[in-house]
Design a protein around this ligand. Structure first.
Ligand code: SAM
Ligand code: TMP
Ligand code: ZN
Length: 407
């Protein structure tokens, strides 16, 4: 266990969980690329000063977010509805003013900005990953193929004026250079504007023992306490929080310029709840780390037992999260025959590091396997609704969050 320097406050980050040597979670090698993958050490710690939970090592941003980035936000019907709801909320709320302007960081395939574009509202999305950005542009969304940071934010302030809303989903936690992002937000945000972002919540990760939320892209695991302290360091203020059920449990944070808005009582309530459960205590986080090791041992023993009894096991959903699970647990094609996934860019390729073949979703029922390891557990409701035939055919799901269970 080692220590490093906090990306937010330069305090000392103490490691509490080592998930070992890991590949990029969203880089799915083709047959010819096997053996040439990039690896790094995936470990997390907590800052002793500001309590921000963060990775011990950084992966260069261009390695993760480039032309080949394969995650398309519109791939899930639940997420499409989620983002349409957020866009409608902004249109009827923060953007219901003369000539409003919204900026999205990590706009991906335009899943949110499409609704804004259709309403004729000024917008721009920052999206460095080429193919997903092109998909948004095809929908008419205005996209800049750049990383948002202090420099690019200043450019947009100059060309478009101040933003009433800066929004980001599942992106801010990906960014180690968060100080540069916050400087950019300060430059670009209108005096009474809001910076709204939603990301996986440390409180849910610890409660559900969902260690697979930790991977290269999830550099920070946010808590309300750490986000409040971070905002204050930059002359900003956390004014609202909302817990969300999507992606296994997230929080939406609303940040304004310090003193511009009165913080809602839910901010203090959530921080009090975090303090009551000692979320910012290294002992709590070490217990979480111990639970992670138990889940790994249980899962591997279960898979080996089922395989020894002659059962076929397949994975459901080649999620970024599954890279952590398969690499930490050492799960390869000897235990899981293939992983089915709806994303064409992943099909015909292999899981990062562990090289399990990825097949189209249709392969799942042709014929059904005996057991399916639910890697996409964050999309559980959507998947259970459409895969009822699997259980009817006698199949069983294998889950590992919050513990290993079959059914
Ligand atoms: N917002 C979408 C959602 O919630 O489904 C996409 C989330 S995806 C996990 C993260 C996205 O952030 C990727 O498309 C990536 O290219 C983009 N990204 C990463 N760093 C960024 C930065 N500094 N500025 C803008 N986008 C960034
Ligand atoms: P994520 O957990 O990183 O969001 O990735 C979800 C992956 O799961 C993505 O590759 C698409 C896949 N998926 C399916 O294969 N079937 C489904 O029904 C859903 C909702 C997702
Ligand atoms: Zn710190």
């Amino acid at each position: 266990m080692s220590s490093t320097t906090c990306q937010i406050c330069d305090g000392e980050v103490e490691e509490f969980l080592d998930l070992g040597r890991q590949p990029l979670s969203d880089a799915f090698p083709a047959e010819g690329d096997l053996g040439h993958e990039f690896f790094y050490r995936l470990a997390v710690g907590m800052c002793r000063s500001c309590s921000m939970v963060q990775s011990m090592e950084q992966v260069p941003r261009e390695r993760m977010f480039n032309e080949d980035y394969p995650y398309y936000s519109s791939g899930s019907s639940v997420m499409r509805a989620h983002f349409e709801g957020i866009a409608r909320g902004f249109l009827g709320g923060e953007l219901a003013r003369p000539d409003p302007f919204i900026v999205e960081i990590g706009s991906n395939d335009g899943v949110l900005l499409k609704t804004i574009h259709d309403a004729g509202v000024r917008h721009v999305g920052f999206e460095p990953s080429g193919k997903v950005a092109a998909a948004a542009a095809e929908r008419g969304v205005r996209v800049l193929g750049e990383f948002f940071d202090a420099g690019t934010a200043a450019g947009t302030r100059e060309s478009d004026g101040p933003a009433d809303v800066i929004f980001a989903a599942n992106t801010i936690c990906h960014i180690p250079y968060l100080r540069s992002i916050l400087a950019g937000v300060k430059t670009l945000l209108a005096p009474d504007g809001v910076f709204v972002f939603e990301d996986p919540y440390l409180g849910d990760i610890v409660a559900k023992r969902s260690f697979d939320q930790i991977y290269d892209e999830h550099f920070f695991l946010f808590s309300a306490r750490a986000v409040q302290a971070m905002a204050a360091r930059f002359g900003l203020e956390l004014v609202d929080v909302e817990r969300l059920a999507v992606h296994g449990g997230e929080v939406r944070y609303t940040i304004a310029r310090a003193g511009a808005r009165k913080p809602k009582a839910v901010v203090a309530d959530l921080i009090a709840a975090e303090n009551a459960r000692q979320l910012a205590d290294l002992r709590t986080l070490r217990q979480f780390a111990a639970a992670t090791a138990r889940i790994r041992d249980d899962l591997v023993a279960t898979l080996r037992r089922l395989r020894a009894a002659g059962h076929e096991i397949v994975g459901y959903g080649a999620t970024a999260k599954s890279a952590t699970v398969t690499n930490f647990c050492g799960i390869g094609p000897d235990l899981v025959s293939y992983v089915c996934d709806t994303t064409p860019a992943k099909q015909g390729r292999f899981t990062p590091g562990t090289h399990i073949p990825i097949r189209p979703a249709e392969a799942f029922s042709d014929p059904y396997p005996d057991f399916a390891l639910l890697f996409a557990w964050n999309h559980e409701n959507e998947i259970m609704a459409k895969e009822q035939g699997f259980r009817r055919a006698g199949g069983q799901w294998i889950r590992y969050v919050p513990d290993v269970h079959l059914g």
